[in-house]
Design a protein around this ligand. Structure first.
Ligand SMILES: NC(=O)c1ccc[n+]([C@@H]2O[C@H](COP(=O)([O-])OP(=O)(O)OC[C@H]3O[C@@H](n4cnc5c(N)ncnc54)[C@H](O)[C@@H]3O)[C@@H](O)[C@H]2O)c1
Length: 382
C-alpha cells in the first residue's frame, strides 16, 4: 500500500491508529512506533512533529514483509488441497512458518512438492480426531482452517462424514487452539450458506438458508467460531468464499468445480457439460486473492468476530465463462446441457464492501487473467 492511499483512507486519529495496527502488529515494530511518537514530542513546531511522526511510520511501513505473519507459526489444515497449498505458499512468502495438517482425502502430496525440505512441517491426520488436532496446534500462533469436505454433491451422499470434516473438525480446532493459546483462527467458509435467495448481491447480514448438508455443516462451524470469539480466549474470523478457481484445482474428481472441468474437457477435445441452461451465475474469485484475504483476516485489527464475503463482486454466467475459455483456448466446442443438480444454487453474487472496509481486501486478478493462468497450469499437466 502506498503512502498516498493510506493518507486518503485515514480520516481521523483513530482510523490512523487502526490502519497502523493492521499493518504493524509485530511487537518490535509497535515499539518503534511508540518511540517515534515519544521522539516527536521533543520538537516544538506542531507541523514538524506531525511530519516526523508520519515519516517515522512511513519508514517502518516500507518493508514488503507483513510483520504479523512474519515469524508467526501457522497451522494450515487442508494444506495439501487446492486453496490450502496456495495458502501455504502465501504464508511462507510473507515470512511465516507453516505446519500442514491433512488427511489426503482430496488433497495431494504433489501439491506440497514445490516447497523445499524443512520449509513445511507435514502432519498426516484427520482434523475430526481431537487427539490429532491437539498435537497440530502445539506452539501455533495462527490457524487457517481450510480442511473440509468441499463438495455439495458429496455432502448429499455422505452428510455424516461432511459433518465430521466440516463441523467437528472446527470445534476440535477451536477447543484445542483456545487451550493452547493460539492467537487467531481463520475459517474457510462458503457462500453456500446463503442458499438460493432471490437474485441480489449477498451481504453478510442476509439470512442464511442452507440447501445442502455441506452448507449446514459450514454454518454450524461459523456459529462455533463466533461463540468461541465471544466466550473463549481466542480470536476468530469467518471468510465466506464464493467460487474460487486457479491452478491446482483438481479437474479429475467426480465432484470437481466447473472451471477445471470445463478446461480439462475442452483441452481433451470433449464437450463440456452444463447442468441447466447455462444462465446460472457465479461470482468467481482467483485463488491468490483468497490467499490475500486470509492473510488480511489473520492480521487486521478489525477482523475478529467478523464474517466476510470473499469474491470479486462480479456476476458471470456459465455461458459467459465458456465463451471466455473458448477464446483463450481457441476452441469452439458446444456444451452438452443436462438437468440442474439438486442442492446447487441458481445465482450467486457477493457484496464485498465489508471485506473492503474492515480487511482492506481488494481482489486483484480479473476473471480473464485468472483463467489464462489456470489454462497455463492445466496445459502443463498434459
Ligand atoms: N474451492 C472453492 O470454490 C470453495 C468455495 C467455498 C469454500 N471453500 C472452502 O475452502 C476450503 C478449501 O477448499 P478446496 O477447494 O481447496 O478443497 P480441497 O478438497 O482441494 O481441499 C480440502 C483439503 O482438506 C483436506 N481434508 C478434508 N477433510 C479433512 C480432515 N477431516 N482432516 C484433515 N484434512 C482434511 C483434504 O485432503 C484437502 O487437502 C474448504 O473448507 C472449502 O469448504 C472452497
Amino acid at each position: 500500500m502506498t503512502w498516498r492511499s493510506w493518507s486518503d483512507q485515514a480520516g481521523n486519529g483513530l482510523e490512523w491508529i487502526q490502519l497502523i495496527q493492521q499493518n504493524l502488529s509485530g511487537s518490535i515494530l509497535a515499539s518503534c512506533v511508540v518511540l517515534a511518537i515519544v521522539d516527536s514530542q521533543d520538537h516544538s513546531d506542531p507541523a514538524l512533529q506531525r511530519s516526523f511522526f508520519f515519516n517515522s511510520i512511513w519508514i517502518l511501513m516500507s518493508s514488503d514483509v507483513n510483520p504479523a505473519i512474519e515469524g508467526s507459526r501457522c497451522l494450515v489444515t487442508g494444506g495439501a488441497g487446492f486453496i490450502g497449498s496456495h495458502l501455504v505458499e502465501g504464508i511462507l512468502a510473507a515470512g511465516g512458518k507453516v505446519r500442514v495438517l491433512d488427511n489426503f482425502s482430496t488433497g495431494f502430496r504433489h501439491n506440497l512438492d514445490q516447497f523445499e525440505d524443512g520449509q513445511v512441517e507435514l502432519l498426516e491426520g484427520d482434523a475430526s480426531d481431537f487427539a490429532v488436532v491437539q498435537q497440530a496446534v502445539v506452539d501455533v500462533d495462527l490457524v487457517f482452517h481450510a480442511a473440509a469436505m468441499a463438495s455439495v454433491p458429496r455432502s448429499m451422499r455422505e452428510p455424516d462424514l461432511c459433518h465430521a470434516w466440516c463441523t467437528t473438525s472446527t470445534v476440535n480446532l477451536l477447543q484445542a487452539s483456545a487451550a493452547a493459546g493460539v492467537r487467531r483462527l481463520v475459517l474457510s467458509s462458503t457462500s453456500a450458506a446463503y442458499g438460493d435467495s432471490t437474485f441480489v448481491s449477498k451481504r453478510e447480514t442476509d439470512p442464511s438458508a442452507p440447501l445442502s448438508p455441506y452448507a449446514a455443516a459450514k454454518l454450524a462451524a461459523e456459529s462455533y467460531c463466533h461463540a468461541f470469539q465471544r466466550s473463549f480466549e481466542i480470536e476468530t474470523v469467518v471468510l465466506r468464499y464464493f467460487n474460487v478457481f486457479g491452478p491446482r484445482q483438481d479437474p479429475k474428481s467426480e465432484y470437481s468445480a466447473v472451471i477445471p472441468k470445463f478446461v480439462s474437457m475442452i483441452l481433451s477435445g470433449e464437450r463440456p457439460v452444463i447442468f441447466g441452461d447455462g444462465n446460472q451465475s457465479r461470482d468467481f474469485v482467483f485463488v491468490k486473492d483468497v490467499v490475500q484475504a486470509n492473510l488480511l483476516a489473520a492480521t487486521a485489527v478489525d477482523a475478529p468476530g467478523g464474517t466476510f464475503n470473499i469474491a470479486r463482486g462480479e456476476r458471470t454466467t456459465l455461458l459467459e465463462l465458456l465463451t471466455t475459455l473458448r477464446k483463450i483456448l481457441d476452441q469452439h466446442i458446444e456444451p452438452i446441457h443436462e438437468p440442474p443438480r439438486v442442492g446447487d444454487v441458481r445465482d450467486s453474487l457477493a457484496d464485498i464492501s465489508e471485506a473492503r472496509r474492515r480487511l482492506n481486501f481488494e481482489p486483484a486478478t480479473t476473471i480473464a487473467e485468472g483463467l489464462q493462468r489456470s489454462v497455463e497450469y492445466y496445459r502443463s499437466l498434459i
